[in-house]
Design a protein around this ligand. Structure first.
Ligand code: TYM
Length: 354
């Protein structure tokens, strides 16, 4: 059965990239498929987190989910550490994934930097935990930004290796689901689905407002590089006004954005905020200068983001409510994940004495 899973780390400032690339896309999916949205606190601690700050950020991401329109009556919202199956399945995947696969992960190389000897083991194994998040629910669809693509390929590789390694057991125990795309190398029955990444639309990779070749990120030291979800109208319009651009007018066709990363980025942001394509945005603004386009973009961003920021502030003021949403979500999530882990233990031959 189709099921959506995605997650956001409770680290630092949520920004426009997180919203347009991920959170805003979660909202319509909750009406299409059973959906699970996680605050991945276990992932956050792969690098040092101040405990009080981790608690605060966990509530903030939850507030962002709710403020953006995810309805906890429809979708499951919870924080990862409250459902122990994530950590358990991650250990099993540590034993399925190969060192060579993880050695290829570009995000580890970026995050560990030069001082790889001093990176936590958790940072290296990070993608295995992400695979566990998804596969503990046998989720089929994962909406994310472009930067998660390689991790989702690894998730598919882990699922495939597990399915192949235990093909006989899965069949014997009658636990398989029909393989939707059987090939000569893959079995006709699977335990874990081969997850579909959902990386689409004009906002899969929002770039820094100061440098069109760098991704907008929580960790950029310049606050002018990103629009935070909690920025007020004044901050948003100042950041858009100061955003780096080139001196040309906007082109009238998407092809004309090639080689103009800053222009491309601002048009993509406008498109995503207005629910249009870049082509549609350029049909309206092609030939216009940034002196015209930037105020329009800034108005649109304020119109779309200010209500979310207001809602977030209101929600954060009542941590008891947020915690209750997470507790309820964790119970519902565990009810799905626990039987999966029970199956996995049987498939692998772990003895469960009862
Ligand atoms: P995280 O917390 O870094 O980012 C959350 C989501 O925001 C997207 N994103 C962006 N999209 C467009 N432009 C940007 N500049 C931008 N920056 C971030 C990310 O792609 C992501 O979708 N490993 C994940 C969290 C995770 C997860 C999972 C996701 C853990 N387990 C299972 C899906 C399924 C992460 O660090 O996201």
């Amino acid at each position: 059965e189709p099921r959506v899973f995605s997650g956001v780390q409770p680290t630092g400032n949520l920004h426009l990239g997180n919203y347009l690339g991920a959170i805003s896309r979660f909202v319509p999916l909750q009406d299409e498929m059973p959906s699970i949205y996680c605050v991945v606190d276990l992932h956050a601690v792969t690098v040092w987190q101040e405990p009080a700050e981790l608690t605060r950020a966990t509530r903030e991401v939850t507030a962002a989910y709710l403020a953006a329109g995810i309805d906890p009556k429809k979708a499951i919202i919870f924080n990862q550490s409250q459902v122990k199956e994530h950590a358990e399945l991650a250990w099993i995947f540590n034993c399925i994934a190969r060192m060579g696969w993880l050695n290829r992960m570009t995000q580890f190389k970026e995050k560990a930097g030069k001082n790889r000897e001093n990176a936590s083991v958790g940072l290296f194994a990070y993608p295995n935990l992400m695979a566990a998040d998804i596969l503990a629910y046998r989720a089929t669809h994962v909406p994310v930004g472009d930067d998660q693509k390689q991790h989702l390929e690894l998730t598919r590789d882990i699922a495939q290796k597990f399915n192949n390694d235990f093909v006989e057991r899965i069949r014997e125990l009658g636990l398989g689901i029909p393989n939707p795309e059987p090939t000569p190398e893959s079995p006709d029955e699977l335990y874990f689905p081969i997850t579909e990444p959902m990386i689409a639309g004009p906002a899969t990779r929002i770039m820094s407002l100061r440098d069109g070749t760098k991704k907008m990120s929580k960790s950029d030291p310049s606050d002018l590089s990103r629009i935070n979800l909690t920025d007020d109208a004044e901050a948003i319009s100042r950041k858009v006004r100061k955003a780096k651009t080139d001196p040309e007018a906007l082109p009238s066709e998407v092809m004309g954005l090639e080689g103009r990363p800053e222009a491309d980025n601002l048009v993509g942001i406008y498109a995503a905020l207005s629910g249009r394509t870049k082509a549609e945005v350029l049909a309206e603004y092609g030939g216009q200068q940034f002196s015209v386009f930037k105020p329009a973009l800034s108005d649109l961003a304020v119109e779309r983001l200010a209500p979310i920021a207001d809602n977030m502030r209101r929600l954060i003021a009542d941590p008891g409510h947020i915690d209750a949403v997470l507790r309820d979500g964790a119970e519902r999530a565990a009810a799905i994940a626990a039987p999966v882990l029970h199956d996995v233990r049987r498939i692998m031959g772990f003895l469960e004495a009862r």
